[in-house]
Design a protein around this ligand. Structure first.
Ligand SMILES: [Zn+2]
Length: 190
C-alpha cells in the first residue's frame, strides 16, 4: 500500500500577490491546498511545508548579483505562510539559510523537530516510511520543479498536483516546460 505525504512548497506571503516576489495568482491555489491538507490530516498522513528562510543579504538577492529581490527574510512577515492557509499539524522544512548558497528544493532543507532537532527532508520521509510524495505550491518553474526532481532522484514516487501549483513564467512557457520536464523524469501529473 502507498505511504503518501503532502509537500506544500513555499506558500509564503512573499510569493503571493502583494509579496516581494509574487507569483501571479499564487494565492488562488490556497483553497485547493487547504482541502488537500485536511484530507491528508484526516487520514493521518504526514504534511510538510517547505519555506524559504533567507538571512538578510542572501546570495540570491539582486544586491549580491542574484536573480531575485530580497524575499522570505528570516523573521519578517514575508517569510510567514499565507494567513489564508490554516494548516492542521504539519512539519516545517526550512531552506535557503546559508547566506552564500541558494536552495530551491525542499530536499536541500532541514525539517525542524519539536525538540529543536533538524533533519534532512529525505531522511524525515524515510523515517515515516513514506514512499510517495504529492507536491503542491509555489512556484511551478522553480521550487516546485526542484523539489519534484529531487524527490524523484531520492527514489520517491512523485505526484505533481497541477491545480495546486502556480508558476512565475519569467520567460513565457517556463511552467509548461517545467511540467514536461517533471513528467519526462517520471513524475505523475494529476
Ligand atoms: Zn529564495
Amino acid at each position: 500500500m502507498e505511504q503518501p505525504a503532502l509537500i506544500i512548497v513555499d506558500v509564503q506571503n512573499d510569493f503571493c500577490p502583494g509579496g516581494a516576489l509574487a507569483v501571479p495568482e499564487g494565492d488562488q491555489i490556497i483553497p485547493i491546498i487547504q482541502a488537500l491538507a485536511e484530507d491528508f490530516h484526516r487520514q493521518d498522513r504526514p504534511i510538510i511545508t517547505t519555506q524559504d528562510n533567507h538571512p538578510p543579504h542572501h546570495v540570491s538577492f539582486a544586491e549580491r548579483g542574484g536573480p531575485w529581490p530580497p524575499h522570505c527574510v528570516q523573521g519578517t512577515p514575508g517569510f510567514a505562510l499565507h494567513p489564508a492557509l490554516k494548516l492542521p499539524a504539519h512539519a516545517v522544512c526550512l531552506k535557503g539559510e546559508d547566506p552564500d548558497q541558494d536552495a530551491y528544493s525542499g530536499f536541500e532543507g532541514l525539517v525542524e523537530g519539536v525538540d529543536g532537532s533538524r533533519e534532512p527532508l529525505a531522511s524525515f520521509l524515510h523515517r515515516l516510511s513514506v514512499d510517495t510524495v504529492y507536491v503542491a505550491g509555489l512556484a511551478t518553474d522553480y521550487c516546485v520543479r526542484a523539489t519534484v526532481l529531487d524527490a524523484l532522484n531520492a527514489g520517491f514516487h512523485t505526484v505533481v498536483l497541477k491545480d495546486a501549483i502556480r508558476g512565475v513564467d519569467v520567460h513565457p512557457g517556463d511552467s509548461e516546460r517545467a511540467l514536461e520536464e517533471m513528467a519526462g523524469r517520471g513524475a505523475a501529473i494529476r
